[in-house]
Design a protein around this ligand. Structure first.
Ligand code: ATP
Length: 472
């Protein structure tokens, strides 16, 4: 079976998503809303399967982790303490003619890419993330970088990414709150309550998954960068005098890589680690890596991991006056724990899973989503060979009842068998069961595998064990 060697184009992915109901543009009937997407019947199930896999791997199957579900609206002081109100910003420029806004770093990246396409190797090891806002301004002037429409642009200015809103019951300035810019701060503000109410002991981690919001300028990269998105973040607390942060960082990096390759089934060749340089890294972080994936539009961040020291807890101590400390039950040492933070974007994981699974099978003239079976929205599809033969339909319905007790199963009696197979291949269903005339005689059915398109004939009584053994 041939493996897709080239990444699909973003257009191919977007078109499959729309055609088959994975992702739709939000508010399409009103002409859409910028950078916003809805997950359709298949997309919502795939998204859920990815989220469930993360929760199971990192919360349920570890003895050193607990879960949390904090609010989107937190006390506004949270975001002052975390530094988001002061410095959570992107460098933006305005097209002086069209008034459209762009990210200065993205314009510089695009300009460099064009230079490289022309054979200019001068910028090959240039890291745009290392530039300060002043350096970006200089770079833009020096190279006369224009907007995508070819117009002059303004100097880059820092633009805060937090969305503001107001609570209705309080008047004036006190009503101002923010939609959370990350899920992590809810973990820090609950640190003491988790410590007091559960049986955790250092080192331990708290994970949570949920919506975050950033007022980002995006450049047509589908669900990769949106205003509203889901994160799965972990704060792993430890005592730096007892645990070497370098070892912890290594073991978390391994756990992340293993989740992506083994649990989500992503090809290793499409992943690479990128370490942040001193100038790119946040000032409070001692070490940061991004796990980058080879998206259709280039290598981009999927999952970040940072050693944030005791910065966040200390900031919240300063702003809240609460003692967010830990007393070691053995040594009685009282201290503020340090953290390592692995932070994953769920929509990016979703886009990665689709990109990696997309297979243009030219030999059989079909598009296949070679999803890891455990992630597929449906595991099995059941068909009666002919829709107008009641005895076949009745038998197929009994097979559907049997199989759907164990697996997410889809019923399809539209069109001919060939068309049904093509549809199931495109949505990534690993197995198709067809009930035919022979089924009526000897209680056997055909079971077709998505990737090989091969069919075997097996007794209905063996379907469950057969499918279970192949669902990994
Ligand atoms: P980027 O550099 O791409 O803006 P980031 O470094 O600001 O990302 P983090 O603050 O580390 O991102 O957030 C953790 C994860 O959340 C990222 O690795 C990414 O997968 C995801 N993420 C961040 N911003 C967005 C967004 N606007 N849309 C979708 N996912 C996002």
């Amino acid at each position: 079976m041939s493996q897709q060697t080239q990444q699909p184009t973003l257009d191919e992915i977007v078109s499959l998503c729309k055609r088959r109901g994975f992702v739709y543009p939000t508010s399409a009937i009103y002409g859409g809303l910028a950078n916003s997407y809805d997950y359709g019947p298949l997309g919502s199930q795939l998204l859920k399967n990815i989220k469930d896999a993360w929760w199971k791997t990192f919360i349920n199957r570890r003895t050193d982790m607990v879960g949390l579900d904090s609010q989107i609206l937190l006390h506004p002081e949270t975001w002052v303490a975390s530094g988001h109100v002061g410095s959570f910003s992107d460098p933006l420029v305005d097209d002086l003619v069209s008034k459209k806004r762009y990210r200065a770093d993205h314009l510089i990246e695009t300009w460099i890419k064009k230079q490289q396409e022309k054979g200019n190797t001068q910028f090959d090891s240039f890291v745009v993330e290392d530039l300060s806002i002043e350096q970006m301004a200089e770079f833009i002037t020096e190279h006369n970088i224009l907007s995508p429409d070819g117009n002059p642009i303004s100097e880059p200015k820092a633009f805060n990414l937090l969305f503001e809103t107001a609570i209705g019951t309080v008047a004036g300035d006190k009503a101002k709150v923010y939609l959370r810019g990350e899920t992590a701060q809810g973990i820090f503000s609950n640190f003491k309550q988790i410590l007091d109410s559960s049986r955790v002991q250092l080192p331990f981690g708290v994970g949570q998954m949920g919506k975050s919001f950033r007022n980002e300028i995006t450049t047509g990269q589908f669900v990769f960068r949106t205003f509203e998105f889901e994160q799965a973040e972990i704060e792993y607390f430890f005592n730096p005098n007892q645990t070497k942060w370098e070892d912890l960082m290594d073991s978390w990096k391994q756990a992340m890589h293993q989740f992506i390759t083994q649990t989500l089934g992503i090809q290793e060749k499409n992943l690479k680690w990128r370490r942040h340089s001193d100038s790119e890294r946040s000032f409070y972080s001692k070490d940061t890596y991004d796990l980058d994936y080879n998206f259709s539009f280039g290598w981009k961040e999927l999952w970040g991991i940072a050693y944030r020291t005791d910065y966040d807890l200390k900031q919240h101590i300063k702003h809240s006056g609460e003692k967010l400390e830990y007393r070691d039950p053995h040594t009685n040492e009282v201290f503020v724990p340090h953290v390592i933070e692995p932070a994953l974007g769920i929509a990016r994981a979703f886009l990665m899973v689709l990109t990696d699974a997309y297979w243009n099978d030219t030999e059989r003239n079909r598009v296949v989503l070679k999803l890891k079976p455990s992630l597929a929205p449906y595991k099995v599809a059941v068909f009666p060979l002919l829709k107008n033969k009641p005895e076949l339909v009745e038998k197929a319905q009994s097979v559907f009842s049997l199989v759907s007790e164990k697996f997410e199963t889809l019923w399809d009696d539209r069109g001919n068998i060939g068309k049904r197979y093509l549809y199931q291949d495109e949505i990534g269903t690993p197995f198709c069961i067809t009930v035919d005339f022979e089924s009526l005689e000897n209680n056997t059915v055909t079971l077709r595998s998505r990737d090989t398109a091969e069919q075997v004939r097996i007794p209905i009584s063996e379907l469950e064990s057969h499918i279970t053994s192949m669902l990994v």
